[in-house]
Design a binder for this molecule. Structure first.
Ligand code: FAD
Length: 431
């Protein structure tokens, strides 16, 4: 740390060591946000992977197809005075001593940010079988590139977001692709059947085979056995059946975790342990806006959450109140973390975006014909817009997202007319 920074830090009481575990989007953005907000103390980011920190969305798109070599973040850690320790894995936490155990020995901390992301679920029994792949890391993408280039016959387990994006890339590379989905539709965890139905047709249009209502029962070298007795030849199998927060290493630390494995943070992304925060794919948080705890596995959440964590760390390490405090001349604004979740997916030549959070009982409104290239759907609860899914209609997404943020009540007839801009369907607030 520079001399000037050290002096400033002492003056402001912010010279405490912040350790960030996980060098993905959420971890790196936490370090960036701390500096942007004027935190002058030492910051160390630990990452289990040996690579320069990188962005994950391109892994199932440009990086997979060899159109981009890698997706390293454009962040100058030396310039930010952030110590990056790569290839170092956190293995345990001793909160009473404020010590993190790692593969490289104990690391003391004053504030600790958990940003370990998620790890993909594996198919039981498929571990170690040659030709079985996951798609979460840069190394996974690097292993899959030659598989695509060889134009292999590929079976994809799971028709979720990753399965669809992988199938898109594999078809573009000229592979034979069969996607096996246990549910009766793609994206079963995320979307109702009527919205997923047109998306199922995209597979066929792209020349991929989608088999729903059956699951991969066993993987053997060169073939896949399905639960309905069918057998598929497979030179490679790609498993895309979901991900779970990477928090197993916290067992025994006393930190609260939910049944989904997430660290159950509060509305300020603080955990049950003092001085420990959690953000990104590994953390869930209570959303007052949507009236439930959310676990969001999307990029935008890993971008936005770190700002709240940085504000907390500044407020807490300086001993200042969480709201309206000023540290080193930088105001710390600290509203609760309650975003409108957002994500996008590029699949089968379409740009799919979703904002908000709907429940199965919300009313669904179509904007446009799903047989066309572009359409949207809105979800309403008590007349209030809760979510928007847009296929090739980014304006619907942007305008709908603002209405959701505002908690706007909308005119359902006008909202169902794709010719009417969504921004103009809000109803005046009752006086
Ligand atoms: P991660 O990115 O998972 O980073 C966590 C890091 O912590 C990892 O590098 C991991 O190695 C490290 N780590 C884990 N455990 C430890 C430990 N014990 N010690 C030290 N380090 C540890 N979202 C979208 O909205 N749109 C998309 O199009 C999209 N595409 C995606 C494509 C792919 C292939 C994948 C995998 C994800 C995609 N996502 C997309 C999701 C998005 O990338 C994630 O939500 C985001 O990366 C989460 O960031 P994170 O920092 O919380 O976790």
């Amino acid at each position: 740390m520079s001399e000037q920074r050290t002096e400033q830090a002492r003056d402001a009481g912010t010279d405490r060591h912040v350790v960030v575990v996980g060098a993905g989007m959420a971890g790196v953005q936490t370090a960036v946000a701390l500096r942007e907000r004027g935190f002058t103390g030492p910051v160390t980011v630990l990452g289990a992977e040996p690579h320069q920190p990188y962005d994950r969305p391109p892994l199932s798109k440009a990086v997979l197809l060899g159109k981009a070599e890698d997706s390293a973040f454009d962040v100058d850690f030396a310039e930010l005075d952030v110590t990056l320790r790569l290839g170092v894995e956190a293995t345990g936490l001793r909160p009473a001593e404020r010590v993190l155990d790692t593969s490289a020995g104990p690391v003391p901390y004053e504030a600790l940010v958990l940003a370990t992301g998620a790890e993909p679920l594996t198919l039981p029994g498929s571990e170690g079988v040659p030709g079985v792949h996951l798609l979460r890391t840069l190394d996974d993408a690097a292993r899959l590139r030659p598989v695509l280039a060889a134009k292999h016959r590929i079976v994809v387990a799971g028709a979720g977001w990753i399965g669809a994006e992988f199938a898109t890339a594999a078809r573009e590379a000229g592979c034979e692709v069969t996607v096996v989905e246990a549910a009766g539709q793609p994206l079963a965890g995320a979307l109702p059947a009527e919205v997923a139905a047109p998306m199922a047709r995209w597979y066929e249009q792209a020349g991929a085979v989608l088999l729903t209502g059956t699951r991969v029962a066993a993987v053997q070298e060169g073939r896949v056995l399905l639960s309905d007795g069918r057998e598929l030849p497979a030179d490679a199998v790609v498993v895309g059946i979901g991900a779970r927060p990477a928090t197993g290493w916290l067992a025994g630390s006393g930190i609260e975790r939910g049944p989904d494995g997430s660290v159950t943070a509060d509305a300020r992304l603080r955990t049950s342990l003092p001085g420990v925060y959690a953000v990104g794919d590994c953390a869930s948080f209570p959303s007052a806006r949507f009236g439930e705890r959310l676990l969001v596995h999307h990029w935008d959440n890993a971008l936005q959450g770190p700002r709240t964590v940085a504000a907390d760390v500044l407020a807490d390490t300086a001993g200042a109140p969480a709201a309206g405090a000023a540290v080193v001349g930088v105001p710390v604004e600290a509203p609760d973390y309650d975003p409108v979740p957002y994500f996008w997916s590029e699949q089968f030549g379409r740009f799919v975006q979703y904002a908000g959070h709907h429940r199965p009982e919300d009313t669904l409104l179509w904007r446009g014909d799903p047989a066309e290239d572009t359409w949207s759907v809105c979800w309403l609860r008590g007349g209030i817009l809760t979510a928007v899914l847009a296929v090739g209609r980014p304006r619907d997404l942007a305008q709908g997202r603002k209405l959701i943020e505002a908690g706007a009540r909308v005119d359902p007839d006008r909202a169902a007319d794709p010719a009417v801009p969504l921004k103009s369907v809000a109803l005046p607030e009752p006086v």
